[in-house]
Design a protein around this ligand. Sequence first.
Ligand code: SF4
Length: 218
Amino acid sequence: MFEKKTERAAFIDQRLAELYPETPVPLDHKDAYTLLVAVLLSAQCTDKRVNLTTPALFALADNPAAMAHVPVEQIQAIIRPCGLSPQKARAISQLSQILMAKHGGAVPKTFEELEELPGVGHKTASVVMAQAFGVPAFPVDTHIHRLAQRWGLTAGKNVEQTEADLKRLFPREHWNALHLRIIFYGREHCTARGCDGTVCEICRTVYPARKRAVRVKK
Ligand code: SF4
């Protein structure tokens, strides 16, 4: 029934839309800048912890002009719970200065300009483009990379390949919501222990004959 990748993709797209009709952005923010900072903080940290941390940071400075004047040590002290605080604090400080110097204090709306900012890779830029500017993007983190392999949507050579495969399989206008829906589904079902590719509804539906755990590439 689901021999083809495109059939699996269509089922998954539709089922996830039924399961998660609403797609609220998980990271609290009030504009593109606060989202950019929150996404940067979320590297190797949970969204929940980031949301507990950003109120104190944004009370101090919630725009690049103000943040550019906050000493890096002060930023670091506040964001310590998010981990990697020396690198993240430096990146937040430097990118705020660059936004002031090069972009008139605004977050740029292109992948190229975003990815030039310190601490901002393709995944972070994709989240900002999608969630702040509504531009279709498909940010692939390790969780989506793993799920896409278990659902047979990619061979999962690397995150770049997974992103390209997912973009080919799903309609462009679905990307932004679908990306969030996959995250919601993964959070609900794919716990570190349970996530072996044989348990949940989608895996059982698209691979009914699967008996053994799926090994995925990192
Ligand atoms: S069966 Fe496992 S791998 Fe597949 S989606 Fe469910 S929890 Fe994740």
